[in-house]
Design a protein around this ligand. Structure first.
Ligand SMILES: C[S@@+](CC[C@H](N)C(=O)[O-])C[C@H]1O[C@@H](n2cnc3c(N)ncnc32)[C@H](O)[C@@H]1O
Length: 390
């Protein structure tokens, strides 16, 4: 397709950037990335929340938590192909998360499961999950720069609806917030102000995240987060969890910090990635250059540029029980039921069908998992249709 037909993702955004507070202790500048670049990356959360709210207001998604977590002055209506993309991305990840939470974890008597969201920003999934299931069944951890955790915690403190979802409205003794207002702990939900790049240099993983229980079946989510790190940094973040905090099978005993009743636990762990792909065709090149004009660099894009590269990445990280990937076009075609497709198609007229397909082929969801030695938690993922090929 000729370049002039490629949608400009900058003009498709329509929203403005959200000005947030100054740098704080978790905002250190790492490696080659400057503080200015960090600010740009932190600001991408605004894009995500504005897109979510647009999709909610137009009826694509039902999510009462999107409004309190989006700065009202930034709310804007996105173009139809962006709204459909937000719908597919959100519902597909919801489905993976739902299957993880719902499949009985054989061998695990506790049945509590844990989610760790990397670069969670103003994501609403935790509220939707905790509002709709027994809170004791899930512990949810979110990591992001302090500048973004402060904004989120402020929204929680000022919004009864968010507090109700977390079950903390009447029991403030169960809630602790750091003096800086950047860290929050409740029995089921934890927010940490953390630059993910600092995980690589941490000498005591369980001291850094003491509330993460390495014996629980665990799901890591990177919804458009690791893409902003360098390939080495992104690898180190995943390895921090898969090799250091969570004992890999047959690790030497001194690397194990997970013990229950004196026995070693190798908990099941899975990873969901949502990322752009295919940077080398005309649409991909335009996508990259449009984002570059805003100072956004998709640092791992070339390394994990294809479906196969994403599968290999998962394999190399030891997600040996299964690795799968599908682009957003495939997921729309194969995962979304026909009646739901009709409902969504009626919401807005999509006259740019070719543009939708182009956009949807350039984003993917990858998911991989490693079952525990004694516990199985990802059975529900085996039936999901993945996309073959590159
Ligand atoms: C595009 S936003 C996505 C937010 C959220 N995951 C969602 O999908 O709604 C990317 C997020 O990753 C966070 N992020 C990127 N690099 C990070 C790092 N090194 N440490 C912590 N958070 C990071 C940003 O601050 C931002 O909140």
């Amino acid at each position: 397709m000729a370049a002039p037909n490629i949608p400009n993702l900058n003009t498709l955004r329509r929203g403005r950037g959200r000005g947030r507070g100054g740098p704080s202790r978790a905002e250190g500048s790492h490696g080659a990335r400057s503080l200015g670049q960090d600010r740009v990356v932190q600001g991408t959360d605004n894009d995500a929340s504005v897109s979510r709210l647009s999709a909610v207001e137009l009826g694509y998604l039902h999510d009462p938590y999107a409004t309190p977590l989006t700065a009202p002055e930034n709310a804007t209506r996105r173009f139809p192909i962006i709204n459909r993309g937000t719908y597919v991305r959100t519902t597909a990840i919801d489905q993976l998360v739902g299957r993880f939470l719902e499949s009985p974890s054989q061998g695990d008597s506790k049945q509590t499961k844990q989610i760790i969201s990397l670069g969670a920003g103003s994501d609403t999934r935790v509220f939707r999950l905790l509002a709709s299931r027994p809170r004791s069944s899930l512990v949810y951890h979110e990591l992001d720069f302090a500048v973004n955790t402060i904004t989120k915690i402020r929204a929680i403190r000022s919004t009864p609806l968010l507090q109700q979802a977390l079950g903390i409205e009447s029991s403030s003794q169960d809630v602790t917030v750091s003096e800086a207002g950047d860290e929050l702990h409740t029995p089921s939900y934890h927010i940490y102000p953390l630059d993910l790049r600092s995980l690589a240099t941490c000498s005591a993983p369980s001291d850094l995240l003491p509330r993460v229980d390495p014996t629980l079946p665990t799901l890591l989510i990177s919804e458009c987060c690791l893409i902003y790190l360098s390939p080495t940094e992104a690898e180190q973040v995943v390895s921090f969890f898969t090799e250091r905090l969570f004992a890999p099978p047959s690790n030497p005993p001194d690397a194990q910090n997970a013990t229950t009743q004196g026995s070693k636990i190798t908990a099941p762990i899975g990873l969901i990635l949502y990322e752009p792909i295919r940077p080398d065709d005309p649409f991909g090149r335009t996508m990259v250059s449009n984002l570059a004009t805003r100072g956004i660099q998709l640092q791992t894009l070339h390394k994990y540029s294809s479906l196969e590269a994403q599968r290999s990445r998962l394999r190399e990280h030891g997600f040996t029980s299964g690795q799968a990937v599908a682009d957003i076009e495939f997921i729309w075609d194969r995962w979304v039921p026909e009646d739901e497709k009709e409902r969504v198609s009626r919401l807005e007229f999509l006259d740019e069908m070719e543009e939708w397909q182009l956009l949807a082929r350039h984003y993917c969801i990858a998911w991989g998992w490693r079952e525990g030695e004694d516990t199985i938690a990802f059975n529900g993922w085996t039936a999901l249709q993945a996309q073959p090929g590159n």
